[in-house]
Write a protein that binds this ligand. Structure first.
Ligand code: COA
Length: 189
């Protein structure tokens, strides 16, 4: 499979939203929210949101927020006192979704490596992520662990306040757990 990674554009919003609907649950990323995250991921030096394409088909995306552009994820649950660097030096891995037909082929890793480069360029020292514990094939935890992230806390019902229908637990109010994970940017991946 030949996959190209590029910076996300506002016109990608419908395809990004549709992939998220299919993969994680209806309405997790409505188009206006996609555009809002894309905007928040921009710095003067780089835009830290990316898509992967196979031909003309969008098969994956990743949102990354630079230091200063975030204070929490979609839910509540952060323990900065356990981080090896402060919030103002930390970027946030907001989300990465790969089309189920293309999972397990390293596309998520390509997106992450591009993000690590750009985060270093904009001066980040640490990356924080909330791993989806109930993700298909345990892919989220395996993916982040392979990239060098370490688990530091668990947050039950992390996405409970997000108004969407979770494809993982399928409960009216999501009961999935987030594992808070961190990685120093100069750590080997
Ligand atoms: C997590 C995700 C972004 C990783 O991207 P990816 O391109 O699949 O990444 P990789 O190819 O490196 O695979 C990650 C791990 O998941 C496993 N995996 C992925 N798809 C799989 C499948 N269909 N069957 C079995 N294992 C699978 C891989 O074997 C790998 O584990 P390993 O390194 O221990 O062998 C992607 O799998 C995904 O979209 N998952 C669902 C949504 C999600 O959880 N997003 C992350 C939220 S933090």
């Amino acid at each position: 499979m030949s996959v190209t990674i590029r910076v996300m554009r506002p016109e990608d919003a419908p395809a990004v939203s549709a992939l998220a609907d299919r993969l994680v649950g209806q309405d997790y990323y409505p188009e206006p929210l996609v555009r809002a995250y894309l905007k928040r991921s921009r710095t003067p030096e780089a835009t830290l949101s990316y898509v992967a394409e196979e031909g003309d088909t969008l098969v994956a995306f990743r949102f990354v927020l630079p230091p200063g552009a975030w204070e929490e994820g979609r839910g509540k649950g952060l323990t900065p006192e356990r981080w090896p660097a402060p919030l103002e030096d930390a970027g946030y891995f907001q989300s990465c979704f790969v089309d189920p037909a293309c999972m397990g082929q390293g596309i998520g890793r390509l997106l992450a490596e591009r993000a690590f480069e750009d985060l270093s360029r904009v001066g980040a020292r640490l990356v924080v992520a909330h791993c989806w514990k109930e993700s298909p094939h345990d892919s989220s935890r395996r993916y982040l662990t392979r990239l060098g992230f370490e688990a530091i806390a668990e947050h039950p019902d992390y996405w409970a306040e997000v108004d969407y229908l979770c494809g993982g637990c399928e409960q009216p109010q999501c009961v999935c757990t987030a594992i808070e994970m961190v990685r120093l940017l100069d750590a080997p991946g």
